[in-house]
Design a protein around this ligand. Structure first.
Ligand code: FES
Length: 110
């Protein structure tokens, strides 16, 4: 039987945990291609290595995997609209591209 410390070492995969850092060095299959079948299709929630993420396919068919929660007020982007090359937050409308970069803030001028 493992001691608590040994069990934690082997099972905790969050960022900064030893096993989390190990797993982040390898490719991990997390979705089937048909779960994001076409450009601008609905986003999919993904929970892996203790992180909550959202996957989407933008208007060009490019795949994105970004933090599930909006950088502004933390609303889930899973409820967002996938439109015109980005995922738009349903609360205040910030838009994020496939790299997770905020590319549009409707309340601010260009
Ligand atoms: S919470 Fe997402 S834009 Fe404000």
């Amino acid at each position: 039987m493992l001691r608590k410390e040994q069990n934690d070492l082997l099972t905790q995969t969050g960022a900064g945990a030893p096993m989390g850092e190990l797993f982040r060095r390898y490719w991990l299959p997390i979705l089937l291609a048909n779960e994001l079948p076409e450009p601008d299709c609905p986003p999919v929630r993904v929970k892996i290595l203790s992180e909550r993420l959202v996957a989407f396919r933008d208007s060009e068919g490019k795949l994105g995997l970004i933090d599930e929660f909006c950088a502004h007020r933390g609303v889930s982007l899973w409820f967002g609209r996938n439109e015109e090359y980005g995922l738009r937050c349903p609360y205040h409308g910030w838009k994020f591209d496939t790299s997770g970069q905020c590319v549009e803030v409707p309340s601010e001028p260009a």
